[in-house]
Write a protein that binds this ligand. Structure first.
Ligand code: SF4
Length: 336
Protein backbone atom coordinates (compact mmCIF):
# COMPACT_ATOMS: atom_id res chain seq x y z
CA UNK A 1 0.00 0.00 0.00
CA UNK A 2 1.59 3.30 -1.07
CA UNK A 3 1.82 6.21 1.39
CA UNK A 4 0.73 9.45 -0.31
CA UNK A 5 2.60 11.51 2.33
CA UNK A 6 5.91 9.75 1.62
CA UNK A 7 8.41 11.18 -0.92
CA UNK A 8 7.77 10.07 -4.50
CA UNK A 9 11.21 8.44 -4.48
CA UNK A 10 13.56 7.62 -1.65
CA UNK A 11 16.76 5.66 -2.15
CA UNK A 12 18.22 4.13 1.00
CA UNK A 13 21.83 2.95 0.84
CA UNK A 14 21.36 1.71 -2.72
CA UNK A 15 24.09 -0.63 -3.97
CA UNK A 16 24.43 -2.12 -7.44
CA UNK A 17 27.42 -4.31 -8.24
CA UNK A 18 27.78 -6.20 -11.50
CA UNK A 19 29.39 -9.57 -10.85
CA UNK A 20 30.57 -10.91 -7.52
CA UNK A 21 33.80 -11.12 -5.57
CA UNK A 22 36.91 -9.00 -6.14
CA UNK A 23 36.15 -8.58 -9.87
CA UNK A 24 32.71 -7.02 -9.31
CA UNK A 25 32.02 -3.64 -10.91
CA UNK A 26 30.84 -1.40 -8.08
CA UNK A 27 28.66 0.86 -10.23
CA UNK A 28 26.54 2.30 -7.38
CA UNK A 29 27.90 2.01 -3.86
CA UNK A 30 25.63 3.22 -1.09
CA UNK A 31 23.54 6.07 -2.48
CA UNK A 32 20.75 7.64 -0.39
CA UNK A 33 18.61 10.47 -1.76
CA UNK A 34 15.04 11.72 -1.95
CA UNK A 35 12.92 13.21 -4.73
CA UNK A 36 9.75 14.99 -3.55
CA UNK A 37 6.47 15.33 -5.44
CA UNK A 38 6.79 17.79 -8.31
CA UNK A 39 10.55 18.19 -7.84
CA UNK A 40 13.22 17.94 -10.54
CA UNK A 41 16.44 16.50 -9.15
CA UNK A 42 19.40 16.70 -11.53
CA UNK A 43 21.94 13.87 -11.22
CA UNK A 44 25.29 14.80 -12.78
CA UNK A 45 28.70 13.21 -13.14
CA UNK A 46 31.22 12.05 -15.72
CA UNK A 47 30.62 8.87 -17.69
CA UNK A 48 31.47 5.95 -15.42
CA UNK A 49 30.09 7.71 -12.35
CA UNK A 50 27.18 5.24 -12.06
CA UNK A 51 24.37 7.71 -12.71
CA UNK A 52 22.75 5.73 -15.55
CA UNK A 53 22.92 2.49 -13.54
CA UNK A 54 21.26 4.30 -10.65
CA UNK A 55 18.44 5.44 -12.96
CA UNK A 56 17.92 1.88 -14.18
CA UNK A 57 17.79 0.59 -10.59
CA UNK A 58 15.10 3.18 -9.81
CA UNK A 59 12.77 1.84 -12.50
CA UNK A 60 13.92 -1.74 -11.80
CA UNK A 61 15.34 -2.39 -15.22
CA UNK A 62 18.23 -3.97 -13.31
CA UNK A 63 17.91 -5.67 -9.91
CA UNK A 64 19.67 -3.93 -7.02
CA UNK A 65 22.40 -5.67 -5.01
CA UNK A 66 21.19 -4.22 -1.71
CA UNK A 67 19.37 -1.21 -0.29
CA UNK A 68 15.88 0.13 -0.84
CA UNK A 69 14.08 1.93 -3.68
CA UNK A 70 11.03 3.37 -1.93
CA UNK A 71 8.31 4.60 -4.26
CA UNK A 72 5.76 6.44 -2.08
CA UNK A 73 7.04 4.32 0.82
CA UNK A 74 6.88 0.94 -0.97
CA UNK A 75 10.19 -0.81 -1.61
CA UNK A 76 9.91 -1.76 -5.27
CA UNK A 77 13.40 -3.32 -5.20
CA UNK A 78 12.03 -6.26 -3.21
CA UNK A 79 8.55 -6.60 -4.77
CA UNK A 80 7.56 -9.66 -6.76
CA UNK A 81 7.01 -9.08 -10.50
CA UNK A 82 3.26 -9.48 -10.02
CA UNK A 83 3.05 -6.85 -7.28
CA UNK A 84 5.45 -4.57 -9.16
CA UNK A 85 3.12 -4.61 -12.19
CA UNK A 86 0.45 -2.77 -10.20
CA UNK A 87 2.90 0.04 -9.35
CA UNK A 88 4.61 0.37 -12.74
CA UNK A 89 2.22 3.04 -13.98
CA UNK A 90 3.58 5.33 -11.22
CA UNK A 91 7.03 5.63 -12.80
CA UNK A 92 8.59 5.52 -16.25
CA UNK A 93 11.85 6.27 -18.04
CA UNK A 94 12.95 8.15 -21.16
CA UNK A 95 16.18 6.84 -22.62
CA UNK A 96 19.05 8.63 -24.28
CA UNK A 97 18.54 7.20 -27.76
CA UNK A 98 14.94 7.14 -28.98
CA UNK A 99 15.99 5.20 -32.12
CA UNK A 100 16.77 2.10 -30.10
CA UNK A 101 14.11 2.48 -27.40
CA UNK A 102 11.06 2.57 -29.72
CA UNK A 103 9.79 -0.64 -31.32
CA UNK A 104 10.34 -0.16 -35.10
CA UNK A 105 7.42 -2.48 -35.95
CA UNK A 106 4.83 -0.51 -34.01
CA UNK A 107 3.08 2.67 -35.13
CA UNK A 108 3.42 5.76 -32.97
CA UNK A 109 -0.20 5.30 -31.85
CA UNK A 110 0.49 1.75 -30.65
CA UNK A 111 3.73 2.81 -28.94
CA UNK A 112 2.13 5.70 -27.05
CA UNK A 113 -0.95 3.67 -26.05
CA UNK A 114 0.97 0.55 -25.00
CA UNK A 115 1.21 1.53 -21.29
CA UNK A 116 -2.54 2.24 -21.30
CA UNK A 117 -3.24 -1.24 -22.64
CA UNK A 118 -0.79 -2.92 -20.27
CA UNK A 119 -2.34 -1.18 -17.26
CA UNK A 120 -5.88 -1.62 -18.62
CA UNK A 121 -6.56 2.11 -18.54
CA UNK A 122 -9.68 3.17 -20.48
CA UNK A 123 -11.49 1.56 -23.42
CA UNK A 124 -10.54 1.92 -27.08
CA UNK A 125 -12.33 5.26 -27.48
CA UNK A 126 -10.77 6.69 -24.31
CA UNK A 127 -7.32 5.60 -25.46
CA UNK A 128 -7.81 7.27 -28.85
CA UNK A 129 -8.78 10.47 -27.07
CA UNK A 130 -5.76 10.16 -24.75
CA UNK A 131 -3.48 9.57 -27.75
CA UNK A 132 -4.69 12.78 -29.40
CA UNK A 133 -4.17 14.68 -26.14
CA UNK A 134 -0.65 13.30 -25.61
CA UNK A 135 0.49 14.00 -29.19
CA UNK A 136 -0.78 17.54 -28.83
CA UNK A 137 1.00 17.94 -25.47
CA UNK A 138 4.35 16.91 -26.96
CA UNK A 139 3.89 19.11 -30.03
CA UNK A 140 3.18 16.43 -32.66
CA UNK A 141 0.36 16.50 -35.21
CA UNK A 142 -2.36 13.84 -34.89
CA UNK A 143 -1.39 12.22 -38.22
CA UNK A 144 2.02 11.27 -36.71
CA UNK A 145 0.12 8.52 -34.85
CA UNK A 146 -0.07 6.52 -38.11
CA UNK A 147 3.66 6.65 -38.78
CA UNK A 148 6.50 4.36 -37.76
CA UNK A 149 9.57 5.51 -35.78
CA UNK A 150 11.91 5.33 -38.82
CA UNK A 151 9.70 7.91 -40.60
CA UNK A 152 10.37 10.51 -37.88
CA UNK A 153 13.29 12.81 -37.06
CA UNK A 154 15.34 12.27 -33.87
CA UNK A 155 13.55 15.12 -32.12
CA UNK A 156 10.13 13.75 -33.09
CA UNK A 157 11.10 10.28 -31.87
CA UNK A 158 12.11 11.69 -28.48
CA UNK A 159 8.74 13.49 -28.32
CA UNK A 160 7.07 10.11 -28.94
CA UNK A 161 9.19 8.59 -26.13
CA UNK A 162 8.00 11.34 -23.80
CA UNK A 163 4.35 10.86 -24.80
CA UNK A 164 4.68 7.12 -24.13
CA UNK A 165 6.43 7.62 -20.78
CA UNK A 166 3.75 10.08 -19.62
CA UNK A 167 0.70 8.29 -21.05
CA UNK A 168 -0.27 6.51 -17.81
CA UNK A 169 0.25 9.67 -15.71
CA UNK A 170 3.35 8.65 -13.71
CA UNK A 171 4.31 10.40 -10.46
CA UNK A 172 8.01 10.02 -11.36
CA UNK A 173 9.83 10.31 -14.68
CA UNK A 174 13.45 9.19 -14.95
CA UNK A 175 15.02 11.05 -17.87
CA UNK A 176 18.38 9.48 -18.74
CA UNK A 177 20.38 11.91 -20.90
CA UNK A 178 17.22 12.58 -22.96
CA UNK A 179 18.84 15.12 -25.28
CA UNK A 180 22.41 13.94 -25.68
CA UNK A 181 21.71 11.75 -28.76
CA UNK A 182 19.89 14.59 -30.54
CA UNK A 183 21.22 17.22 -32.92
CA UNK A 184 22.30 20.34 -31.07
CA UNK A 185 19.63 22.28 -32.99
CA UNK A 186 16.77 20.26 -31.41
CA UNK A 187 18.21 19.70 -27.93
CA UNK A 188 16.89 23.02 -26.63
CA UNK A 189 13.38 22.40 -27.95
CA UNK A 190 13.19 18.97 -26.25
CA UNK A 191 14.54 20.45 -23.00
CA UNK A 192 11.94 23.22 -23.17
CA UNK A 193 9.26 20.60 -23.78
CA UNK A 194 10.31 18.56 -20.71
CA UNK A 195 10.29 21.76 -18.60
CA UNK A 196 6.82 22.74 -19.84
CA UNK A 197 5.34 19.25 -19.36
CA UNK A 198 6.84 18.99 -15.88
CA UNK A 199 5.40 22.33 -14.85
CA UNK A 200 1.96 21.58 -16.38
CA UNK A 201 1.63 17.97 -15.21
CA UNK A 202 3.59 18.24 -11.94
CA UNK A 203 5.42 14.90 -12.06
CA UNK A 204 8.66 14.47 -10.15
CA UNK A 205 11.73 13.97 -12.34
CA UNK A 206 15.14 12.40 -11.85
CA UNK A 207 17.05 14.13 -14.64
CA UNK A 208 20.31 12.32 -15.38
CA UNK A 209 22.90 14.15 -17.47
CA UNK A 210 26.52 15.18 -17.86
CA UNK A 211 25.38 18.54 -19.22
CA UNK A 212 25.47 21.17 -16.47
CA UNK A 213 23.65 23.75 -18.57
CA UNK A 214 20.58 21.52 -18.83
CA UNK A 215 20.43 20.82 -15.07
CA UNK A 216 20.85 24.52 -14.38
CA UNK A 217 17.85 25.12 -16.65
CA UNK A 218 15.62 22.30 -15.35
CA UNK A 219 16.51 21.13 -11.86
CA UNK A 220 15.61 22.58 -8.48
CA UNK A 221 18.23 20.46 -6.69
CA UNK A 222 21.38 18.84 -8.01
CA UNK A 223 23.18 15.69 -6.87
CA UNK A 224 26.79 15.18 -8.01
CA UNK A 225 28.02 11.60 -8.36
CA UNK A 226 31.59 10.33 -8.57
CA UNK A 227 32.59 6.69 -8.95
CA UNK A 228 29.39 5.21 -7.53
CA UNK A 229 28.89 7.66 -4.66
CA UNK A 230 27.25 11.04 -4.11
CA UNK A 231 29.76 13.75 -3.27
CA UNK A 232 27.47 16.79 -3.08
CA UNK A 233 23.72 17.51 -3.03
CA UNK A 234 22.51 21.12 -3.00
CA UNK A 235 19.88 23.52 -4.30
CA UNK A 236 20.63 24.57 -7.85
CA UNK A 237 21.39 28.22 -7.08
CA UNK A 238 23.60 27.33 -4.13
CA UNK A 239 25.52 24.67 -6.02
CA UNK A 240 26.31 26.99 -8.91
CA UNK A 241 27.15 29.95 -6.63
CA UNK A 242 29.08 28.00 -3.98
CA UNK A 243 30.23 24.57 -5.13
CA UNK A 244 31.89 23.06 -2.06
CA UNK A 245 33.27 19.70 -3.12
CA UNK A 246 36.52 19.93 -5.14
CA UNK A 247 35.04 17.60 -7.80
CA UNK A 248 31.96 19.82 -8.18
CA UNK A 249 34.24 22.84 -8.55
CA UNK A 250 36.20 21.08 -11.29
CA UNK A 251 33.00 20.05 -13.12
CA UNK A 252 31.63 23.60 -13.04
CA UNK A 253 34.90 25.10 -14.19
CA UNK A 254 34.66 22.97 -17.37
CA UNK A 255 31.15 24.21 -18.25
CA UNK A 256 31.15 27.23 -20.59
CA UNK A 257 29.53 30.46 -19.37
CA UNK A 258 27.52 32.41 -22.02
CA UNK A 259 29.33 35.63 -21.11
CA UNK A 260 32.48 36.05 -23.25
CA UNK A 261 34.37 38.47 -20.92
CA UNK A 262 33.79 36.22 -17.87
CA UNK A 263 34.52 33.09 -19.91
CA UNK A 264 37.84 34.59 -21.06
CA UNK A 265 38.90 35.26 -17.45
CA UNK A 266 38.10 31.77 -16.22
CA UNK A 267 40.66 29.10 -15.69
CA UNK A 268 39.53 25.54 -16.09
CA UNK A 269 40.46 23.19 -13.26
CA UNK A 270 42.03 20.26 -15.07
CA UNK A 271 41.88 17.03 -13.10
CA UNK A 272 44.79 14.67 -13.56
CA UNK A 273 44.12 11.18 -14.89
CA UNK A 274 40.87 9.40 -15.71
CA UNK A 275 38.08 8.21 -13.46
CA UNK A 276 39.56 5.14 -11.71
CA UNK A 277 38.10 1.70 -12.36
CA UNK A 278 34.92 0.93 -10.41
CA UNK A 279 36.26 -2.63 -10.03
CA UNK A 280 38.91 -1.47 -7.57
CA UNK A 281 37.94 2.04 -6.43
CA UNK A 282 40.53 4.04 -4.46
CA UNK A 283 40.56 3.70 -0.67
CA UNK A 284 39.37 6.49 1.63
CA UNK A 285 37.91 9.29 -0.47
CA UNK A 286 37.40 7.87 -3.96
CA UNK A 287 38.37 11.23 -5.44
CA UNK A 288 41.76 11.38 -3.73
CA UNK A 289 43.72 10.15 -6.77
CA UNK A 290 42.63 13.24 -8.73
CA UNK A 291 41.94 15.79 -6.02
CA UNK A 292 44.28 18.82 -6.16
CA UNK A 293 43.96 19.42 -2.39
CA UNK A 294 44.03 15.85 -1.06
CA UNK A 295 45.61 15.25 2.35
CA UNK A 296 47.08 12.04 3.81
CA UNK A 297 43.85 11.23 5.69
CA UNK A 298 41.93 11.32 2.38
CA UNK A 299 43.78 8.14 1.36
CA UNK A 300 42.62 6.17 4.40
CA UNK A 301 39.40 7.72 5.74
CA UNK A 302 36.21 7.79 3.72
CA UNK A 303 34.40 11.15 4.10
CA UNK A 304 30.69 10.84 4.92
CA UNK A 305 28.04 12.75 3.01
CA UNK A 306 26.88 15.15 5.72
CA UNK A 307 24.90 18.39 6.06
CA UNK A 308 26.99 21.59 6.02
CA UNK A 309 26.31 25.32 5.95
CA UNK A 310 23.15 27.24 6.74
CA UNK A 311 20.93 25.42 4.25
CA UNK A 312 22.06 21.89 5.08
CA UNK A 313 23.55 21.06 1.67
CA UNK A 314 25.20 17.65 1.72
CA UNK A 315 28.93 17.32 1.03
CA UNK A 316 31.39 14.42 1.36
CA UNK A 317 34.80 16.05 1.90
CA UNK A 318 37.09 16.13 4.96
CA UNK A 319 38.12 19.72 4.23
CA UNK A 320 34.62 21.22 4.18
CA UNK A 321 33.72 22.41 7.67
CA UNK A 322 30.28 22.13 9.29
CA UNK A 323 29.73 25.82 8.49
CA UNK A 324 30.25 25.04 4.80
CA UNK A 325 33.71 26.59 4.37
CA UNK A 326 36.30 24.60 2.52
CA UNK A 327 38.84 24.50 -0.29
CA UNK A 328 38.33 26.93 -3.17
CA UNK A 329 40.19 25.79 -6.24
CA UNK A 330 41.62 28.59 -8.34
CA UNK A 331 38.92 29.68 -10.76
CA UNK A 332 38.03 33.39 -10.93
CA UNK A 333 34.44 32.67 -12.02
CA UNK A 334 33.90 30.60 -8.91
CA UNK A 335 35.41 33.09 -6.49
CA UNK A 336 32.93 34.84 -4.15
FE1 SF4 B 1 39.78 15.94 -1.87
FE2 SF4 B 1 40.18 14.82 0.53
FE3 SF4 B 1 37.98 16.27 0.09
FE4 SF4 B 1 38.28 13.88 -1.05
S1 SF4 B 1 38.11 14.31 1.15
S2 SF4 B 1 37.56 15.73 -2.02
S3 SF4 B 1 40.48 13.86 -1.48
S4 SF4 B 1 40.11 17.00 0.08
Amino acid sequence: MTDTNAPVLQLVDLVKHFGIGPGAVRAVDGVSLTVSAGEVLGLVGESGSGKTTLGRCVVRLVPVTSGQVLMRGVDIASLSRRRLRGLRRDFNIVFQDPSSSLNPRMTVADIVCEPLRLHRIGNAAARRARLAELLDQVGLRAEVGRRYPHELSGGQRQRVSLARALSAGPALLVADEPTSALDVSVQASVLNLIARLQSELGFACLFITHDLASVEFLAQRIAVMYLGKLVEVADRAELFATPRHPYTQALLSAAPIPDPPVQRRRRRIVLSGDVPSPVRPPSGCRFHTRCPVAEPRCVTDEPLLRPVGPTGSLVACHLVTDTGHGPRLADPALAP
